[in-house]
Ligand binder design. Structure first.
Ligand SMILES: [Zn+2]
Length: 317
């Protein structure tokens, strides 16, 4: 089958893996490595979640491949139909029960400026950083997370992210062991935090917008459902990026993240009660999550229900 016929197959069945993988092999045979990689990234994308160990590698591969593609080919394949979302695709307000999946463009200027601010703070051993200070105000909304290098700020005590466009924090925030103040007020797209935040044991001044958090009893913003990923697509992700190594939220052992044990738990962190997303190595560690989470106020759950349902199920227990 020629390339155009394969592409037509792909576009006719965007949810099917088979045509995409055959198409990627065909592009490889033609020596079009970047296009083949982009197609495989689009296969992996629906299986990945923003808290998964491969998500940042996916963002980097996607952003790099994007620059190497011809606009004609990109217009034909249209990555949006495979679940690609840019920050500009979604409004500021949350859609209930959904984990935001905006992809960070890691080649884009605002991201580069943000990374430089973090690098400079690391070199200087800074105790205070306001990483958005030098990001052009009109381009700020193109940034949805912080670079993983934020975890190298071992001297950092105060971070100002007031009125930031962030939709998530990276798990690496948990290695900022000296962090005492984290100001996220008016960061109204931020509805959850990585469980790793509980490792910042000196954190005492934590400012967030409660009304936009999952599980807030006033707004009843439902927790997104945490389903296990499609194993076939995960195989492709592992072929592209190898094992996704991370530390278990409960036992702190390094493990290869297959996205099987993801749980919500709400806990008191410094001055706030916030929803935390925990990634765990095993079912046994899920059992221990509540007692291993300082300040926990709920049992671990998979989300997907309204807050009233969650409260009802607790009262029936
Ligand atoms: Zn564990």
């Amino acid at each position: 089958m020629d390339e155009q016929a394969l592409l037509r197959q792909v576009l006719r069945h965007p949810g099917e893996l088979g045509p995409l993988l055959v198409y990627a092999d065909c592009l490889d045979l033609q020596g079009r490595a970047s296009a083949a990689e982009m197609v495989r990234v689009l296969v992996a994308l629906p299986a990945l979640q923003p808290d998964h160990g491969h998500w940042h590698a996916m963002e980097q591969a996607f952003s790099r491949c994007l620059r190497q593609m011809s606009p004609t080919w990109l217009a034909q394949i249209d990555p949006a139909r495979f679940g690609r979302r840019w920050p500009s695709d979604l409004p500021i307000s949350m859609r209930p029960g959904q984990l935001r999946r905006e992809i960070q463009d890691t080649v884009d200027r605002p991201w580069v400026v943000l990374g430089q601010a973090i690098d400079e703070a690391r070199r200087n051993g800074a105790e205070f950083v306001a990483p958005f200070r030098n990001v052009n105000r009109r381009q700020r909304h193109q940034v949805v997370t912080l670079p993983p290098s934020v975890g190298q700020l071992v001297s950092l005590k105060r971070m100002r992210l007031y009125d930031s466009p962030l939709v998530r924090l990276p798990a690496e925030i948990g290695t900022c062991a000296e962090l005492q103040t984290l100001d996220l007020l008016q960061s109204v797209r931020l509805s959850w935090f990585p469980h790793e935040l509980t490792r910042c044991q000196l954190l005492q001044d934590f400012r967030v917008n409660n009304r936009v958090l999952f599980g807030n009893p006033m707004t009843c913003l439902a927790f997104p459902r945490l389903d296990p990923p499609d194993p076939e697509r995960m195989v492709v992700a592992r072929t592209l990026w190898g094992p996704a190594l991370r530390r278990c939220a409960t036992c702190d052992t390094e493990y290869d993240d297959r996205g099987l044990h993801r749980y919500w738990i709400t806990a008191r962190v410094a001055t706030e009660t916030v929803p935390l997303l925990a990634n765990l190595c095993s079912a046994a560690c899920v059992e221990l999550l509540r007692e291993e989470t300082p300040g926990a106020t709920t049992d671990p759950h998979r989300g997907g229900d309204t807050i009233r349902d969650l409260e009802r199920s607790r009262s029936l227990r």
